[in-house]
Design a protein around this ligand. Structure first.
Ligand code: G1P
Ligand code: ZN
Length: 544
């Protein structure tokens, strides 16, 4: 095998964010940009030499080219085998499944998740460790350090690799195994959920569902599992053909971007159940008839009902939620006597807790939920969990949620995003809040009284690692909260996220409209952070 050693210079902007390195496609297309980052992964992850690498991506623009480069570099690095999804495809949860099932020494996932795709949009790359989860901060920081010192990379020369034919090929000493991207994942789902019952539900003639794949990676997964295996009617999966630019859309399953299923699940002809997943298949949104399930509630309901699901019928050992996620799951954990953890934003913080068997279920308000079956959040898993639950309980989605609120109280929840604001202004806004944290406790804000105010620090209970500056929390004496954070996944300017939560124990108030209930807290949040004067925005870009 012929190999080249290429001289290169560091790029200063290759620090991975909340979920890997994300940049505009044009940035990745600069000579040596991708190669530098990949070489830095290989140089810092010693076990990959002579080991196995899993590879796949969400199919967005540049996925194919990047896959070719990475496979050649893997051969030059002495990796013994690459397991790659056909066409260079693997959803993020499927990649995690493949890493675990075939005990690889890690995996590279090509995705910018829910960010738009196409020549002028976003691309991303992240490294997952042998447990199948996103690399923890220690690893990403080591990779970043390597990117700052790099002077050369190695790459094998030769013909294009055939990524479309299933089977094994070789490149020099290295073998390349192209696998069906769906099969292993579908088998895992069948182990966890009662496919027979879900099949009966679909065949009852009383149940209609729509799943919006948003022209992203879950199309083939959802078609195989929902339509071909579980007997959902053809056409259940909409926008099921993956496209490199996601059909020009924004593949983020929320009420704004997945509006098509919001419409399909509303009004007189509403379907019974609707769901959507994002660019790389790890997020989910779940809707009943005229009813939106907040991701925070979804996690809480899963925890309360896990015993009804085959894969969790022996009981769950604990739950975790990211800090800004509502405290609904905490109430379930408390009543079931389960451990409950509050972690910083980002799935990588759940990994240690899952590995140490301290938790079984975990979730984030950002449309992410998952369990110990893999080490990524998992969109279709969440949808199947709900389908299994609906099949067992034989009740509509809204009834299940309302019963849950009656039992545990309702955590009203909303998130305001201010996207694309000036970075300096955003950082100054956060600093201003930080500077005033000690003034707040004990003082009234509107009708609320501040119980605590801090900049969240997390100490991992498993390895003792400390993560600071994870978001400003302002907690009120009645359990309500305001949280401020700057996004770590954006590629332009800064995004300020404001998370608002209000607890309501009284069922008489549970049917109130969320935005109406949240207005007093919204007003406090806006004025406390001086959002309008500092960012020039009177209203957020997206409300979820
Ligand atoms: C966002 C979400 C976070 C999620 C991440 C990756 O990160 O808020 O919960 O883990 O995307 O999907 P952020 O942009 O807020 O840093
Ligand atoms: Zn995603």
């Amino acid at each position: 095998m012929e190999m080249s050693t290429v001289n290169t210079q560091p790029f200063s902007d290759q620090r991975p964010g909340t979920s890997g390195l994300r940049k505009k496609v044009k940035v990745f297309q600069q000579p040596h940009y991708l190669e530098n980052f990949v070489q830095s992964i290989f140089d810092t992850q010693q076990d990959l030499k002579g080991g196995i690498l899993a590879l796949g991506g969400d199919g967005r623009y540049y996925n194919r080219e990047a896959s070719q480069i990475i496979i050649r570099m893997a051969a030059a690095h002495g990796i013994s085998k690459v397991i790659v999804g056909q066409g260079g495809l693997l959803s993020t949860p499927a990649a995690s499944c493949v890493i675990r099932k075939y005990k690889t020494d890690g995996g590279i996932i090509l995705s910018a998740s829910h960010n738009p795709g196409g020549p002028d949009e976003d691309f991303g790359i992240k490294f997952n460790t042998p447990n199948g989860g996103p690399a923890p901060e220690g690893v990403t920081e080591a990779i970043y350090a390597a990117t700052k010192a790099i002077s050369e990379y190695r790459i094998a020369n030769g013909e294009e690799i055939d990524l479309d034919s299933i089977g094994t090929q070789t490149l020099g000493e290295m073998s390349i195994e192209v696998i069906d991207p769906v099969t292993d994942y579908a088998e895992l789902m069948q182990e966890i959920f009662d496919f027979k019952r879900i099949h009966q539900l679909f065949n009852s003639g009383m149940f209609v569902m729509r799943f919006d794949a948003m022209h992203a990676i879950t199309g083939p997964y959802a078609k195989r599992i929902l339509e071909e295996t579980l007997g959902a009617a053809p056409g259940t999966v909409i926008n099921g053909k993956p496209k490199e630019d996601f059909g020009g859309g924004h593949p983020d399953p929320n009420l704004v971007h997945a509006n098509e299923i919001v419409v399909l699940s509303s009004g007189l002809d509403a379907v019974d159940f609707a769901a959507a997943s994002d660019g790389d298949g790890d997020r989910n949104m779940v809707l009943g008839r005229d009813f939106f399930v907040t991701p925070s509630d979804s996690l809480a309901v899963m925890a309360a009902n896990a015993h009804l699901i085959k894969g969790y019928s022996d009981g769950i050992c604990g739950v975790a939620r990211s800090m800004p996620t509502s405290q609904a799951a905490d109430r379930v954990a408390e009543s079931l006597g389960l451990e409950c953890y509050e972690t910083p934003t980002g799935w990588k913080f759940f990994g240690n807790l899952l590995d140490a068997k301290r938790i079984t279920l975990c979730g984030e308000e950002s449309f992410g939920s998952g369990s110990d079956h893999i080490r990524e959040k998992d969109g279709l898993w969440a949808v199947l969990f709900w389908l299994n639950l609906l099949a067992v309980r034989q009740e509509p989605v809204d009834k299940i949620i309302k019963d849950h609120w009656r039992q545990f109280g309702r955590n009203f929840y909303t998130r305001y995003d201010y996207e694309g604001i000036d970075k300096t202004a955003a950082e100054a806004l956060m600093q201003h809040l930080r500077d005033h944290l000690t003034d707040l406790p004990g003082n009234p804000l509107g009708d609320y009284s501040v119980d605590y105010a801090d900049d969240f620090t997390y100490t991992d209970p498993v390895d003792g690692s400390v993560s600071k500056n994870q978001g400003i929390r302002i907690g009120f004496s009645d359990g309500s909260r305001i949280v401020y954070r700057l996004s770590g996944t954006g590629t332009e300017g800064a995004t300020l996220r404001v998370y608002l939560e209000a607890y309501e124990p009284d069922p008489a108030n549970h049917d109130k409209e969320t935005q109406a209930v949240m207005q007093p807290l919204v007003a406090i949040a806006k004025s406390l952070a001086e959002i309008e004067s500092r960012t020039g925005r009177s209203e957020p870009t997206v409300i979820t």
